[in-house]
Write a new protein. Structure first.
Length: 275
């Protein structure tokens, strides 16, 4: 059963369908893993959600920061930004169904030595610990009091993990690490101001995956979120955000043999606001 991990789609439904055709995806015997950020900035977020939802158990998608932003806007807890392209979902006749489905996606998925997450894992977390923490967030997001959780979701603090954290602060640091993180200090404190590549590392920081002796060592982390990083394939990492939205490509990697499949973006990237 081949598994294909796919980078940030961000509403680029044409490219997604072209990529699925390119890999010859068969929902009977193949699986697709999505690194999150199915929606926003591209032209057809609703179409992407409908397509991935229609795949049922043949697809696994974890939540990204843009997916959470859509949930926040749908609940009137945040306003649309000038560069957002989420109105097609908000106006869709099946809006409630799509939002409900998205709210019930996991934050992390671990299977056969691979870990699927949108942004990354803090160095203090083993895969088992990260999975347990993700379940806490998912229970809050999917539970009857989910609006209370979401109302306290945003914020940069706390910026590092402490075992004694509880309540909204505990859940917020998990969400920030798994959906927003790029750089950390050497002590594991998240830095949110910089979005550039490895040529623009903020002083006193490293990419989250370069911190020494992480508890998750030995796992293969499959992630997106970081278009400035581009495609990275190493023994322990698969970075798959290749900036389809910004004029790059939409990428998939077959986990079993690391074969890469890519389709180039359409002209939409010329029509959206700068990053």
């Amino acid at each position: 059963m081949p598994t294909y991990a796919i980078g940030d789609v961000q509403g680029c439904s044409h490219e997604l369908r072209a990529l699925v055709d390119l890999i010859g995806f068969d929902p009977v015997c193949d699986r697709l893993w999505f690194v999150g950020d199915l929606v926003n900035r591209g032209p057809d977020s609703a179409g992407v959600l409908r397509f991935v939802k229609s795949l049922g158990s043949s697809a696994v998608t974890v939540l990204g920061n843009h997916d959470l932003h859509l949930l926040m806007v749908a609940e009137h807890l945040e306003k649309l930004h000038g560069s957002d392209t989420l109105q097609d979902v908000l106006d869709a006749p099946d809006r409630d169904e799509l939002i409900h489905w998205l709210r019930h996606r996991p934050l992390i998925h671990a299977e056969n030595g691979h870990v699927l997450v949108h942004a990354g894992l803090l160095p203090a977390w083993s895969v088992d610990k990260a999975s347990s923490l993700a379940r806490e967030v998912e229970a809050a997001l999917q539970g009857p009091d989910y609006r209370d959780f979401m109302a306290n979701l945003y914020g940069n603090k706390p910026a590092s993990w402490e075992e004694g954290l509880s309540g909204h602060a505990r859940l917020r640091v998990v969400v920030n690490a798994m959906t927003r993180m790029r750089f950390c200090t050497l002590e594991g404190k998240m830095e949110f101001a910089h979005k550039g590549g490895l040529d623009k590392i903020p002083e006193g920081c490293k990419p989250w995956f370069d911190l020494e002796d992480p508890a998750w060592a030995g796992a293969k982390i499959v992630f997106g979120h970081w278009s400035a990083l581009g495609l990275v394939l190493s023994e322990s990492l698969m970075a798959l955000d290749t900036g389809c939205l910004w004029g790059g490509a939409l990428s998939a990697v077959r986990l079993e043999d690391r074969q890469v499949f890519q389709v180039s973006c359409r002209a939409w990237a010329d029509l959206v606001l700068p990053q």
